[in-house]
Ligand binder design. Structure first.
Ligand code: DOR
Length: 308
C-alpha cells in the first residue's frame, strides 16, 4: 500500500492536499459543495480581518490562458462573524477535517486580535498568517516584505495563538524569499506556506486600461509554477520549518515536484477554475505516480531534489 498520509504541526492529514486560502471561501462556495470535503487532507479558510471588508472594485478576476489574475481584496465578514457563522458551523459539519484559519490585518495589533479569536474558537487546528496579499493598500504583503517586520509580527501572533501552530504565508514579491522565511522561523513560526500570488498587470487594448478594477492583481496558476518551485526549494534550504507548497498545482505529478523541492504538504487553488474536483482527482492519482517513481511513502520525497 502506497502511503500518502502526511503530518505537520497541528495537521494530521490523510493526504497532502488542501485548498489554497480563498479557493473554497469558508466552505460555503459552489465549488466547495461539489465533493465530500473529507477527501482533502485539511480545509483552509479564506482570510479573516478584524472588521468586515467588501473588497476591491469589479472586475476582480481575469482568467488568462495559463493562469488567473485576481484583485479580490480580502473580502470577508469580519473575524467575529467568521468564527460564529462560518467556522463553527463548518466544524460541526466536518468534525474530522482539520481546519486551517487564515489571519489578515492592517496592523500588528489587528493580526494579534484576529489570531487570538480564531485560535480561541476551539475549532481550528492551525493558523495561516497572511502577510502576502498583494491586493490591499494598507496591510497584506506590506507586512511580508521586511524581515524585521515579519519576525516581530510572527512572534506577537505566536504568543496570541496559544497551542495552535502558525504557518506564515510568504509573498513571492521580494528579492530573497529565504530571508523572509528565516525571519518567520526566528519569530517562532511552526511552518511557512508559499507562494501567494505574483503582482501582475493585464491590459485591455481596446480601452488601453487595466482589465481589473483595482488595476494590478495577483497572478496564480500554471504560469507561476516554476517560480513557486524555485522559491519552495530556496526556503527548504534556508530553514528547518515544514513547508506548505503551492503555485500552479493541478496534477499528482505537480504534487511530487513540490515535495521533491521541499514541501511537506501542498495547496491547490487556481486548478479549481478548470476542475472543481481537482483535489479528489489528484488524491486518486497520487499512488500511481508514486508507484511509477518507486516510492512507497510520499514523505520520502520531501527535499529529495537532486542537483547532480
Ligand atoms: O491573490 C490573493 N488574493 N492573495 C491573497 O492573499 C488574498 C486574495 C485577495 O483577497 O485579494
Amino acid at each position: 500500500m502506497t502511503k500518502i498520509a502526511v503530518k505537520i504541526p497541528g495537521l494530521t492529514m490523510k493526504n497532502p492536499l488542501m485548498p489554497a486560502s480563498g479557493t473554497f471561501g469558508f466552505g460555503d462556495t459552489p465549488a466547495s459543495t461539489k465533493f465530500d470535503l473529507n477527501q482533502m487532507g485539511a480545509m483552509v479558510m479564506k482570510t479573516a480581518t478584524v472588521s468586515s471588508r467588501t473588497g476591491n472594485p469589479q472586475p476582480q478576476i481575469k482568467v488568462l490562458e495559463d493562469g488567473v489574475l485576481n484583485s479580490v481584496g480580502l473580502t470577508n465578514p469580519g473575524v467575529d462573524s467568521v468564527v460564529a457563522d462560518k467556522i463553527l458551523p463548518f466544524k460541526a459539519k466536518y468534525p474530522d477535517l482539520p481546519i486551517v484559519a487564515s489571519v489578515g490585518g492592517s496592523s500588528v495589533a489587528d493580526y494579534v486580535e484576529v489570531a487570538g479569536k480564531l485560535a480561541n474558537s476551539g475549532a481550528v487546528s492551525a493558523l495561516e498568517i497572511n502577510v502576502s496579499c498583494p491586493n490591499v493598500a494598507n496591510g497584506g504583503m506590506h507586512f511580508g516584505t521586511d524581515p524585521e517586520v515579519v519576525e516581530n509580527l510572527t512572534s506577537k501572533v505566536k504568543a496570541a495563538s496559544g497551542q495552535v501552530p502558525i504557518y506564515v504565508k510568504l509573498t513571492p514579491n521580494v528579492t530573497d524569499i529565504a530571508v523572509i522565511a528565516k525571519a518567520a522561523e526566528n519569530g517562532g513560526a511552526d511552518g511557512v506556506s508559499l507562494i501567494n500570488t505574483i503582482l501582475g498587470l493585464e491590459i485591455d487594448l481596446k480601452t488601453c486600461r487595466p482589465v481589473l478594477g483595482n488595476n494590478y492583481g495577483g497572478l496564480s496558476g500554471q504560469s507561476v509554477q516554476p517560480v513557486a518551485l524555485r522559491m519552495v526549494n530556496q526556503v527548504y534550504q534556508a530553514v528547518k520549518l515544514p513547508i506548505i507548497g503551492m503555485g500552479g498545482i493541478a496534477t499528482a505529478e505537480d504534487v511530487a515536484k513540490f515535495m521533491l523541492a521541499g514541501a511537506s504538504a501542498v495547496a491547490v487553488g487556481t486548478a479549481h477554475f478548470k476542475d472543481s474536483l481537482a483535489i479528489p482527482h489528484i488524491a486518486a492519482e497520487l499512488p500511481r505516480v508514486l508507484d511509477e517513481m518507486g516510492v512507497s511513502d510520499i514523505n520520502d520525497l520531501v527535499g529529495q531534489l537532486k542537483f547532480n
